[in-house]
Design a protein around this ligand. Sequence first.
Ligand code: SF4
Length: 308
Amino acid sequence: MKQRYNKYSDYLKNLFGAGIRKIPVNAGFTCPNRDGSKGTGGCTYCNNVSFNPFYGIKKKSVVEQLNNGIEFYSKRYSVSGFLVYFQAYTNTYDEPEELKKIYSEVLEFPRVLGIIIGTRPDCISEYLLEYFSKLSKRKYVSIEYGIESSHDRTLEYVNRCHTYSDTISAISQTAEYGLHVGAHVILGLPGETDEMIIQTADRIAELPVNSIKIHQLQIIKQTVMAKQFAEHPESFRSFTVDQYVDLVVEFLEHLRPDIVIERFISESPLKYVLHPRWNGVRTYDFAKLVQKRMEEKNSWQGKLFKSV
Ligand code: SF4
C-alpha cells in the first residue's frame, strides 16, 4: 500500500534505525505568557498538566523523570535509543547557562541520542541557536515551535501574545543555523473557517519547516477557554472524527511534500477534556483513518502545494 504522507516513524527509522522512543520531561520552566513578562493567564486553551505523562510531572528532577521514562519504555518495548522531549511550558525560557546545564545533563545519558525543545517563536535567541547548532554536530537537536495559527486575529483571541511574523522570523533564523525545525498547529481555533485553516497550511508550506504536529482544538477543563465555551458554545466549532479527518487530509494536500508529519491529534487524558470527546480514538487509529481517506480520494501530501 502506498504511503500517502510522510510518516514520522519512517523519518526516525531512516535517521537512527528502529526502536527510538521519545521521553517527555518537565524541567519546571514557566512561560512569558504566564509570568507577566508578556501576559498573564496563559493561552486561553492551556492547562499544561494535561499535556504531560505521569513521569513528567515536575515534582521530580529531570534526571529522575528521564530514568523513570527509560525504565518505563525499556520494560515494554525493544528500544535502541531515546530522544528527550522538553515539552512542558517554554523550554528556552531561562538564563542561557541554566538551560545549557539542563540540556547537557540529559545528553550525558548513554542511550540518549538527542533533544527536542518545545518553545514559543518569541523565546529564542541567536546565542541559543548558535549553541544548538554546535550541539547538533554531535547530537540530534530539534526546535519545535508552537505556531498554532498563521492568523494574528486568532493568536490575539487565544492570548498567544506573539504574532505570525514572530513565527516567520524564528523559523527562518533556526533553519539558517542548520537546525531541524518542528512546528505545532491547532486546527479549529475559535473564529477560524476551513479556508483560514488551509491558508495556514499554505503559509507553513512556504517556511523552512521540517516536521509538523497537527492537533484538534481540545477544550480542557480549568482553562479560560473552558469558561468561554460554557458561556458561548456557539462560538466553537464541533468536528466529528470524520469531519476532522477530511480537514486533516485537505491540510496535508496543501503542505510541502517533504514535511514530516508527526501526529494528527492530541490525546489529553479524557478526564481533562470537555470537548470534543472522541472516546477511544487513539493516534494510531486516527493515522489509519487519514491514510484510508487519502486512498479513497486519491489524495497525497502536497497534492495541492503551490510554491510561490
Ligand atoms: S500553551 Fe505554551 S505558551 Fe501558551 S500559556 Fe501554555 S505554556 Fe505558555
